[in-house]
Unconditional design. Structure first.
Length: 232
């Protein structure tokens, strides 16, 4: 994405229509203009490259810490409090973990093994002081804040990472049904799923994609987004 902007800029700084039309006298002038343009383009590039990185990883982590994140339950946020309370009190929706999903969706499971979601927890672990910070865990684990979902590394290590149920919601009912349906964020509810994507992929954490619809579609298939060539 960034490199495209840069190459466009480079083209702009050598406009071919600046060729001299006034005979040989204006040649030195043309060289000066060219020189000035190249210097200007270098300056612009120097400004642009760090600008893209101003919000560096550590800046983003710090601003997240300072923001005192209060959105600490993806499922409740996505399906709404009323339905969430109903679903939880019915006791039908429990998190089963990835291995359960693998039993019937082997291809999906294998595809997802390459997916960055399934390996993201180490990003949080780069900042050990945050390993128990709810304001981080909610986006880097499965089912944080929901009964039976991730609560801490010592109690629920198997729910670290964003697993199948991190996007689809608790899957016990669906697994018992052994058919379509039974998921709170299933295929019949694309709008909910998009809300789930946006819950984690906020303005601060926006490096993964620029087009939600395109990124969403990439997740339909068994292969991981990267394996399908979904790289912007
Ligand atoms: C006992 C087998 C079984 C297990 C376990 C299972 N599924 Fe399924 N799943 C199915 C079947 C059967 C379908 C329907 C397939 C079809 O119609 O093509 C399905 C369809 C789906 C769909 C698309 C339809 C919908 O309702 O949204 C999703 C998403 C899904 N499963 C996710 C999961 C997840 C996540 C898990 C782990 C929590 C899981 N499945 C575990 C059997 C299972
Ligand atoms: C629970 C939080 C969460 C949800 C929900 C979520 N993501 Fe992510 N996503 C992440 C995190 C964290 C990463 C960074 C993983 C890494 O780089 O280690 C990520 C990475 C990605 C990437 C980059 C993958 C790569 O190979 O580099 C894409 C694309 C993406 N997400 C799209 C989506 C889409 C589309 C949805 C909704 C269908 C979605 N995400 C739902 C947290 C989430
Ligand atoms: C980053 C979020 C995310 C993760 C993680 C994720 N899925 Fe999905 N899944 C999606 C999206 C988005 C769709 C497309 C939904 C739609 O079409 O409305 C989907 C669709 C599906 C479907 C139906 C596909 C079809 O076209 O019939 C199945 C089955 C499924 N997922 C299973 C799984 C399993 C099993 C895992 C874990 C190994 C998993 N998903 C992990 C986002 C995710
Ligand atoms: C609202 C959801 C959300 C919260 C809260 C959140 N993250 Fe993330 N984080 C993401 C997503 C999505 C990505 C991948 C996309 C990106 O890097 O922009 C990510 C990426 C990262 C990365 C990799 C950044 C990079 O430049 O490669 C680190 C490190 C990280 N998060 C640590 C943390 C820490 C530490 C906290 C808490 C202080 C935290 N995150 C809170 C969603 C979140």
């Amino acid at each position: 994405m960034g490199s495209k902007e840069i190459s466009d800029l480079q083209y702009c700084s050598y406009p071919s229509n600046q060729r001299s039309t006034k005979g040989s006298n204006s040649r030195p002038q043309f060289r000066q203009v060219l020189l000035a343009l190249s210097i200007a383009s270098v300056v612009v590039l120097m400004l642009l490259v760090p600008a893209a990185d101003v919000f560096s990883e550590i800046d983003r982590v710090k601003s997240e810490r300072n923001s005192k994140n209060t959105k600490l339950n993806l499922l409740k946020d996505v399906i709404g409090e009323e339905e969430y309370e109903k679903a939880m009190s019915s006791k039908k929706y429990r998190f089963t973990g990835n291995n359960k999903c693998r039993m019937c969706h082997r291809a999906f499971f294998l595809g997802r093994k390459k997916d960055a979601h399934a390996h993201n927890f180490r990003k949080v672990m780069k900042y050990p002081e945050d390993k128990n910070n709810p304001g981080c865990l909610v986006c880097h684990t499965t089912g944080y804040g929901v009964p039976g979902g991730f609560s801490s590394l010592s109690k629920t290590p198997k729910f670290r990472e964003v697993q199948c149920e991190g996007c689809h919601g608790p899957g016990s009912l669906h697994a018992e049904m052994d058919s379509k349906g039974g998921l709170l964020i299933g295929q019949d509810r694309p709008e909910r799923m998009k809300k789930a994507c946006s819950f984690c992929h906020t303005k601060r954490w926006n490096k993964s994609f620029t087009n939600l619809d395109k990124a969403f579609k990439a997740y339909k298939n068994a292969e991981s987004s990267r394996a399908q060539g979904y790289i912007e």
